[in-house]
Design a protein around this ligand. Sequence first.
Ligand SMILES: NC(=O)c1ccc[n+]([C@@H]2O[C@H](COP(=O)([O-])OP(=O)(O)OC[C@H]3O[C@@H](n4cnc5c(N)ncnc54)[C@H](OP(=O)(O)O)[C@@H]3O)[C@@H](O)[C@H]2O)c1
Length: 265
Amino acid sequence: MNQLAVITGATGGIGGAIAGALAEEGYALLLTGRQADKLSALQAELRARYGVDVDSMTADLTLPEDRAALVNAIVSQSRPLKLLVNNAGTSHFGLFVDSHDSATEELIRTNITAPICLTQSVLRQVGGTGSGLEVINIGSTFGIIGYPGFATYSATKFALRGFSQALAREYGDTDIRIRYFAPRATQTGLNSAAVNALNAELGVTMDSTETVAQAFSQFLRSNKLVCHIGWPERFFVWLNKLSPGTVGSALIKHLPVIRRHASSA
Ligand SMILES: NC(=O)c1ccc[n+]([C@@H]2O[C@H](COP(=O)([O-])OP(=O)(O)OC[C@H]3O[C@@H](n4cnc5c(N)ncnc54)[C@H](OP(=O)(O)O)[C@@H]3O)[C@@H](O)[C@H]2O)c1
């Protein structure tokens, strides 16, 4: 019997590409997002292309009742859950002093509260010993390199990385695995025109979603707990751990450009 994977944020760029990669690997899928039309279209496309079972449900994961409905849908699938990909997320680029409380709260609810609470409900319902359940949290390069203009987004991804590490250790002597996969800048609707313009001016590479999905498949087959994509991002991730001041000094040189684009965001 094919194993079941649940992907949150499947209607988005990275989530849709990961869904395709998992369908290609033979997983049966339960896709979730907020846009019913996009979910149905992806469901039909993946079924037709890969011949795997694909189910879907709309859910706003910031709402406890929608998270509960998703967990009920997981429990009522004919297959036990093998993989939960906490991919749904939102971003905000701009000067911190200009951001509104409502945007801050949405970032925290979507990027931290939702994946943490969903993971807890899933572990309670289907995370018994011997389940072999795997949870992969989708982080970001900004989950280790605090980046100007993305203060709250960076904070949420730092939190998700800390959650992943602590929980992986809590389950370290079981067959349940909690892992963390961090893309760098990627060409999706998450990034506003201001972010795309900033990346173009700074020469920041933006991966295609196919590249991210390929790296995800490799990570899935590996035993690594953490994966950061891309060069030189992996180097700066390493350097930021070793010498955050050096990375900070390098970023100061970019501040005028970052501030200009952040002000226009
Ligand atoms: N793109 C990048 O540059 C980049 C870089 C590093 C990490 N990431 C991370 O990769 C993940 C996917 O991002 P993406 O670039 O693919 O973004 P995207 O194209 O904007 O997709 C975001 C997905 O999250 C879903 N979502 C947002 N808020 C939600 C909520 N309240 N409840 C349920 N679903 C919600 C969206 O659903 P609907 O569209 O249906 O509303 C959509 O499916 C995020 O965690 C992001 O932080 C992205």
